[in-house]
Design a protein around this ligand. Structure first.
Ligand SMILES: [Fe+2]
Length: 285
């Protein structure tokens, strides 16, 4: 029987990619690299079959979308930041069967789900940067991205998360869920961008991010979910913080009493707040 065996909030900032390359940024995000590698080790140790990744760079404006291709393979350059991320060749097995089940469960929950098998539908860097670090060993773990709807509510994303958990239980898969997105996500204005590589845009955002991290570490889920809609709005949530909504839906919403384990120090990156946190889950037998 399948289940969710890993659930983590992860960073994917392009400076991690730069950190991996030779040049002036080499090594600047080493703690984040190590934290992502640790999530990858935990996934292997728990025999994860498929990473379901809520990718806040696959932004949708209508419905909930799954990339259900049997194989994800291409050479990638970021349209957003082509000077930072280019020449990223990837090849991962996909998971059409689990994609179909998740689509069914989202639909059963009364929401619109679309499962795609489009040859030219590629992956985005919210998936590719973490996968490059976590999923490089053979055999590779299956990759199944779910998009983040920019106009979705927290409530909707909690229900999508519940649907993903139901689908995982129906499948034979051991699923690792990755919420790939920022904490606060306020960018500086264009002319200031380079000055903010290692700075947060607003102290208010940093204070809120630290408050949220304390709630996660201390298992104060009900309090956090009460706060999440305002946190998303005031701290300019990336992709409507849809990834975080799904994560907490998967964990059980207000019934979740587990805790998050912070795997690297909180760090600012181009004005935004970043971290890697692994949440305790009831492991399948
Ligand atoms: Fe991002």
């Amino acid at each position: 029987m399948g289940d969710i065996v890993l659930a983590s909030k992860i960073t994917h900032v392009p400076s991690i990619w730069l950190s991996l390359q030779e040049g002036k940024h080499h090594g600047i995000r080493r703690p984040a690299e190590e934290a992502l590698a640790e999530v990858g080790r935990r996934a292997r140790a728990r025999q994860v079959d498929t990473f379901v990744i809520a990718d806040t760079h696959w932004l949708n404006s209508s419905g909930f979308h799954l990339n259900g291709k049997a194989r994800h393979e291409a050479l990638y350059a970021s349209h957003e930041l082509p000077h930072f991320i280019q020449g990223l060749r990837y090849s991962y097995p996909g998971d059409p069967e689990l994609a179909a089940l998740i689509g069914e469960e989202i639909t059963a929950g009364g929401q619109k789900a679309l499962v795609h098998d489009i040859p030219e539908l590629g992956l985005e860097y919210g998936t590719l940067v973490p996968m490059h670090i976590m999923n490089s060993d053979e055999p590779k773990i299956r990759v199944l991205p779910i998009g983040c709807n920019m106009y979705s509510t927290v409530e909707e994303n909690l229900r999508v998360g519940e649907a993903i958990a139901r689908a995982a239980r129906r499948s034979g898969r051991r699923v690792g869920f990755l919420a790939s997105g920022s904490l606060s996500h306020q960018f500086p204005t264009n002319a200031l961008t380079s000055q903010y590589l290692n700075r947060i845009s607003a102290d208010f955002n940093a204070q809120m991010d630290h408050t949220v991290l304390a709630m996660w570490r201390e298992g104060r889920t009900e309090e956090f979910l009460e706060l999440l809609p305002d946190y998303n709005e005031r701290c300019r949530g990336e992709g409507a913080m849809a990834d975080t909504g799904m994560l907490f839906g998967i964990l059980g919403g207000t019934a979740y009493h587990g805790r998050g384990e912070q795997l690297c120090d909180y760090f600012p990156s181009t004005g935004t707040g970043q971290v890697v946190v692994d949440f305790s889950v009831q492991l399948a037998a």
